[in-house]
Design a protein around this ligand. Structure first.
Ligand SMILES: [Zn+2]
Length: 500
């Protein structure tokens, strides 16, 4: 996933283009100046330049193999790298650790025990510059805290989608990292024709280090080798980025174990045949492990306060979806969302139209984030969920919880509410929030063909919650629950382009 969207990259390509000119050309001129100075020095001393040195001493080249996104098939890379005694840097999303298809804490410990570096890649892989400063701090700093609490030393960071700006760079530094990696800023047949073949050591900007385009299933063994040999001419630092490493083209963003084995074997031998050495990013950048910094916490709404942000859906994001809300759902169906009138109050309400229903559901939810949008909750408390709706089919609240690590998962669903033509208030009180859970997201869903309009959401701690106003459909007699799944598709894995 991702490479087919490469032509649509805006943030990654745009940021890289603006930075390329000065950042990568200046060091090249500096290198020429040094070489000229040396030759001049020999001339002044009246001694012939020792040509033997030029013939045999190759410039120093460092190669860092980096792995993004916490995919469990990166254990295939670990096995190959261990075989050839090569180390690299694995950038983790701590909120994914232990989830289906992702590495576990035990895996991370095995990776680190083999001499590899564990780096940070945010809690849940958002497009950072689209978030508030505080939310970016929670994503970057709390990920570093999570990984450090598992026993790792965190000095290196990589931006999801290689999406960054000056402010995001400052936040990465403020969270205690020593460097942060971009993508697509090194020349190859895949792009960046006006770039250099290598990053400088030290990099001009350690919080925007240049790397090749991410390797995908169109990369050949020769492409990987070329990325190294091209750099060896002048030396410097080559960062290669992998996502999936698997036997049989398991993803467009994959490299085969066969190619990876051949390349790693070849690369290991470059240390003796040339002057090319494989290093972790932390080994290249150096520096001490800085103290932990925790992102700003978001307090739960007080008694009688509605915890929902943009509860009336009156503010709309550039994506067309209400600000701080996301269109969720899963399964085989077509769920379409659009503003609708009449509203319950104000000028905006949102309509879900479900067609082609086979299974799964569709729903509008407070964005599953680290607290900027999703309400904060207190373990042990119960919450009153309220929404005004009209619909042509039954509906129910689907409820998700965020753990203290920042991981979202499905929790529970309310009983069904009946179809109703006039705006009616759906009301349900949750069970007590389990220990270790810090955030909530909820929405009415559709799990059959029909329409559902919603407006004026509320979430209150049941202690101090205001009295119910207007017609209410309290949770009716429980019925057999439909197959609500834990899955909510938020962002596609991969770093080629931000989620739409
Ligand atoms: Zn990523």
């Amino acid at each position: 996933m991702g490479c087919e969207m490469r032509n649509n990259v805006v943030v990654t390509d745009g940021a890289g283009t603006t930075q390329r000119g000065g950042r990568h050309r200046a060091p090249r001129f500096a290198a020429i100046a040094v070489a000229t100075g040396l030759l001049a020095g020999f001339a002044v001393m009246g001694v012939a330049a020792p040509s033997a040195i030029a013939a045999t001493t190759k410039p120093l080249t460092a190669v860092s193999l980096t792995f993004d996104d916490t995919f469990s098939d990166q254990l295939n890379a670990l096995a190959i790298m261990s075989k050839y005694k090569v180390v690299g840097t694995f950038y983790m999303n701590s909120g994914r650790v232990g989830a289906d298809g992702f590495l576990t804490v035990a895996d991370l410990k095995n990776i680190a025990a083999a001499g590899n570096e564990i780096g940070g890649h945010t809690v849940s892989h958002p497009d950072l510059p689209t978030l508030s400063v505080d939310e970016q701090k929670r994503q970057i700093c709390n990920d570093r805290v999570n990984l450090t609490n598992w026993g790792f030393k965190l000095t290196s960071f990589a931006y999801p989608f290689a999406s960054s700006n000056a402010q995001t760079e400052q936040i990465a530094a403020g969270c205690g990292y020593n460097s942060a990696r971009m993508l697509g800023d090194i020349k190859s047949r895949f792009g960046c024709t006006d770039c250099d073949y290598a990053e400088t050591t030290p990099p001009a900007d350690p919080f925007a280090t240049a790397a090749l385009d991410e390797a995908d299933n169109t990369w050949t063994l020769k492409d990987l080798q070329d990325s190294v040999t091209n750099a060896e001419t002048a030396g410097g630092w080559v960062q290669l980025t992998f996502h999936h490493v698997c036997a049989n083209n398991c993803d467009s963003l994959s490299v085969s174990t066969t190619i990876f084995d051949q390349f790693t074997s070849w690369l290991a031998a470059r240390a003796t045949s040339g002057n090319t050495h494989t290093k972790t990013v932390g080994q290249v950048i150096g520096g001490a492990v800085k103290p932990l910094v925790t992102g700003p916490a978001v307090a739960a709404a007080g008694p009688g306060q509605n915890g929902v942000v943009n509860p009336g859906l009156e503010t709309t994001a550039s994506t067309g979806v209400p600000s701080c809300w996301t269109t969720g759902g899963y399964g085989n169906n077509t769920a379409a969302f659009a503003p609708v009138t009449p509203t319950h109050s104000g000028v905006k309400a949102e309509k879900l139209t479900m067609t082609n229903y086979v299974d799964g559901d569709g729903k509008l939810l407070p964005t599953l984030d680290l607290g900027a949008c999703a309400p904060t909750v207190v373990a042990g408390h119960t919450y009153s969920l309220r929404t005004w709706y009209n619909s042509t089919a039954v509906t129910q609240f689907a409820v998700y919880l965020r753990s203290s690590l920042g991981t979202w998962r499905y929790w529970t669903s309310s009983p069904w509410f009946p179809a109703t033509a006039a705006y009616t208030q759906a009301l349900w009180t949750t069970p007590a929030i389990p220990t270790g859970m810090t955030g909530i997201s909820f929405g009415l869903n559709l799990f059959r063909n029909g329409t559902l309009s919603t407006d004026d959401y509320a979430l209150y701690d049941t202690v101090g919650a205001p009295a119910i106003a207007g017609p209410v459909v309290a949770a009716p007699t429980p019925q057999i629950a439909p197959p609500v799944s834990g899955k909510v598709e938020v962002a596609p894995p991969g770093d080629a382009t931000p989620p739409k």
